[in-house]
Design a protein around this ligand. Sequence first.
Ligand code: ATP
Ligand code: MG
Length: 577
Amino acid sequence: MKRYMKYVRPYLYAFILGPILMITEVAGEVLMPSLMADIINVGALNHDVGYIVGKGLSMIGVALIMMIGGIGGAWFASKAAVSFSADLRKDLFRKIQTFSFANLDRFSTGSLVTRLTNDITQVQNLIMMGLRMALRAPGMLIGAVIMAFIMNRQLAMIFLVILPIMVVAVAVVIRVAFPRFTILQKKLDALNSNIQEMLTNVRVIKSFVRGSYEEERFARSNAELKNSGLNAFKIVIIQMPVVMLFMNTTTLLVVWFGGNQILTGRMPVGDLTAFTTYVVQVLSSLMMLAMVLLTSSRAIASLKRITEVLDAKVDLTDEDARYSQVPVKHGKIEFQNVSFRYYKNSEEKVLDDIDLVIEPGQTVGIIGSTGCGKTTLVSLIPRLYDADEGKVLVDGIDVRDYSLKNLRDGVGMVLQKNVLFSGTIQENLRWGDENATREELLEASRSAQADEFVQNFTQGYETELGQGGVNVSGGQKQRLCIARALLKKPKILILDDSTSAVDTATEAKIRETFRTTLKDTTKLIIAQRITSVMEADQILVMDEGKIVGRGRHEELMKDCEAYREIYDSQMREEVLA
Ligand SMILES: Nc1ncnc2c1ncn2[C@@H]1O[C@H](COP(=O)(O)OP(=O)(O)OP(=O)(O)O)[C@@H](O)[C@H]1O
Ligand SMILES: [Mg+2]
């Protein structure tokens, strides 16, 4: 709870003024029935028009004050709630930005979206309602009970019977509802994840004609959401008629006993009207309290989910970095006995005792069957993940001792699953370096063999890319991603299968420019095709998390069985083709 005070503090005035202004409304509501009773008991009985007009005017006055209080209260309550949630949302978003890849593997995107939107809305609703009802409901409850006792003690005894029964009933409702709301939010998560996945991959779904399957899957999670919603809300729905039953029964009792008192002359007629109004006020304020508690049972479930994200330990930070000011200068890479697994309790290691030295400026090819750990190996260099055992060093310094910014500025990585963002081509390239000159931009683009096709677009570098870069071809996208990384002028450049969709001739040109223009840059190139890495200074052959061969092409052809196999199979394919 304490952590959320920080979102209250800047709007403390609204958090206080909201409930206080609502109280004026309560005072009015409690006063009104007694003014009404006076009009009937004194004014009407004595046919005193002056008295009736006077009381009537004061009723109007009270109503006006109530209105101002009500509007003011609602305004401040809304202001407090909306500001609170906006700030909270901002922090939540910021926290998610600090998440490591490992953190992101654990929360699904859909669940994060729900937490950022719906869960925060639940909390906002609670605050808005809570501030309006916090003093109003108990105030009205207590006020009306007191007024009732002042007016007619005997009749007011009814409350002593009715109230405890009501409180128990409300408590039961809340106990039952709470777990149901937790489930409801979970189902909402599932639905959002589903939508998210479906919308981002709608093209794949269409090409596999999996539309109807996806519809079914969606219908399933939609139905589950509906059912858990019904399950939770039927409790809320039941509550209303139950309270009405109590209210009508009590009114009936009041009229019955009150009527008898009037007949025996122990109670003025006007008091009965007022008294029934108090009954309604007491019970409806109890209902309001119940509503607040119900809303809070849902909001607390949501708040827990928000706290889970805010409290998530970011398992990859640079807080303890010893050389946080040092940038990557040369681009030397060393792996010392590095082991890694994605699931810390699994038996199998994804990387097993890797030892490696790469000198600055070298070109290193990495090759091996799919799933053997190539991507994982290079991910440890810019610290997308941290090694479990052993050390990864860049320029002789443990990567954990760099600030993440310096490290990642020094290591340009074109991810295997890379994306472009909506915006112009130029804007996308400038992710690499916001302040790059036009000439630098063109140079990077030329090195990646992207300039030619970009110039061919009618709008050139101002061409708008669709979300995820849908309006360029696969090979064009890869080249833009390479250009984006080049613009960073990194000391270490990692291309993870980044030319797989580029034709061999263009790929050869890219390799050629790398050789001439990126002499000082350490280049790691993961590839499926042996031709992509054949000229490298050092080729690493990986298998099942281990390096099973290293050396130049000719050496490997001589000594490395696995390499020869890959070579033979690819050459055979070439001949067949
Ligand atoms: N984020 C992840 N969470 C859990 N397991 C993962 C994750 N990424 C990869 N793996 C597993 O780790 C192993 C190595 O994967 P990696 O992506 O490094 O292979 P790769 O050699 O790059 O394959 P490819 O040539 O297909 O890209 C695989 O068995 C894969 O299932
Ligand atoms: Mg890979």
